[in-house]
Each structure stands twice: as C-alpha cells, then as structure tokens.
Design a protein around this ligand. Structure first.
Ligand SMILES: [Zn+2]
Length: 236
C-alpha cells in the first residue's frame, strides 16, 4: 500500500465501535493463553501469530534453522504463482479496506516501534534513501524526548504528527537510516534540527540570547525615555 493511502486511512478518526473492538482484541491477546506444541510452554496469545499453533519464538527458531531451504521453496512457489500473487497484493488494500485500517491502528497502539519502522521504510523506499533499521534499533522507545524533555505520545491517531509525536532522527543526515545512526526524539525537536548543522544551531542560540539582551536593553531605554517624556508633560 502506498504511504499516502495509509495516511489517508489514519487521518480518519476511528469510530467508537472500532475502538472497543481494538481494545477488546488487545485485552484478549494478553489475557488468554495457549499451549505451544513445540516448546510445550503455555503463553499469552500475544506471543503467537494469528491462527497459528506454534509460538512466535518457535517459528523464528524454525525459520532461522531452515533459512536456505525455505528461500528455495518460496522462490519456486513465487515464480509459479507470480501473476496471481502480484494481483492479490495489488488489490488487497482495496478489497480489505476495513481490515487494513483496523490492523494498522492496532499495530500503531500495540507496537509503535513496528509502526514507525514500517512508515519510515516506505518513506525511504519512495525517496530512495538507504534503510537497514530493525526493531532493535528503536527499542526501548524513550518515554521522554531526549532533546526537549517533553513526554512523547505514541498513540496520536490523527494523521498529522503532533509536537510530542515520536520521530526517528538521524545522527548523521548525510547517510541513510542505518544501524547506529538513529534515535527516537520528538517530532518538534526533529523539525527544529532538521535543517542545519550543530554550528548553525549554536549560532541561532547565540543570536537569540544576544537578541534577548538587546530587547531588554531596548525596553529599559524606552522606559527611561517614556518616564522622562511623562515627567516632562506633567511639568508643562
Ligand atoms: Zn513454542
């Protein structure tokens, strides 16, 4: 799905019914448990993929061990079904609008890091920026913006980011969103620093501080003149 389409979906405030559905879904994921037949542990549903009997950890383990084999199998399957798969991928968003919307919202609430990662990956793909980030690059998500010290809000549901929305910031803007080159800061801090180098920002800070001094001097001068003028007027 295109990023614009995604934003369009998120621009719409979810109706009350959808909210309660999402909330109930989240509660269920944490409260209900299921036994994994592989590791034989009883785990909450959140640790399983939807409608799968194995737990996520066991799946990952299996996939890791069978990486090469799975790649060949999948490639063969993809080649044999390329047209059908492409068509399915193309029309899925259209055919399942409500499901897509619900899933996006749920992900945004339950797993903001994953949501942020996906949004940024799409953006990078669109603008041809290098992207190698994984969840581990963002976790643990900070509660407070490390730059401005404001509390970050990970569940802003309007499409437009607010000042306290989290955003992925690059330490070095000359390279892409790569391992070790990012941290999560507030959208406001990111916007403020987006254009300019540390030296330029320092100059702005110096200027603003200097300007404040000059303003207070000006006010003082004005007061003196003002008082003088008043006194003069009274004298006449
Ligand atoms: Zn398991």
């Amino acid at each position: 799905m295109e990023i614009e389409e995604m934003q369009e979906l998120l621009d719409v405030d979810p109706p009350e019914s959808l909210w309660s559905k999402i909330e109930a879904g989240i509660a269920k994921l944490h409260d209900e448990t299921k036994r994994c037949p592989v590791c034989e542990a009883k785990k909450p549903l959140v640790e399983f993929y939807k409608n799968q009997s194995w737990c996520i950890a066991c799946y990952k383990d299996y996939r890791e061990k069978n990486k090469a084999k799975r790649r060949i199998t999948y490639h063969k399957y993809y080649l044999e079904n390329a047209e059908r798969l492409k068509e399915k991928q193309r029309t899925y968003g259209q055919d399942h609008k409500e499901t897509v919307k619900e899933r996006k919202l749920q992900e945004r609430i339950c797993n903001p890091a994953k949501y942020m990662l996906r949004t940024k990956r799409n953006e990078c793909k669109k603008f041809g920026v290098e992207f190698t980030l994984e969840m581990s690059d963002l976790l643990p998500l900070p509660e407070i913006c490390p730059v401005l010290g404001i509390k970050l809000n990970y569940v802003v549901l309007s499409g437009r980011p607010e000042n306290n929305s989290p955003s992925i910031d690059r330490l070095n803007n000359a390279i892409g969103y790569l391992h070790g080159n990012v941290r999560v800061i507030s959208n406001r801090a990111n916007r403020l620093k987006s254009d300019g180098t540390a030296e330029e920002h320092q100059k702005i800070v110096d200027y603003m501080k200097g300007e404040n001094v000059r303003i207070s001097e000006a006010v003082e001068t004005f007061d003196t003149v003002g008082t003088a003028a008043t006194t003069q007027r009274h004298a006449h």
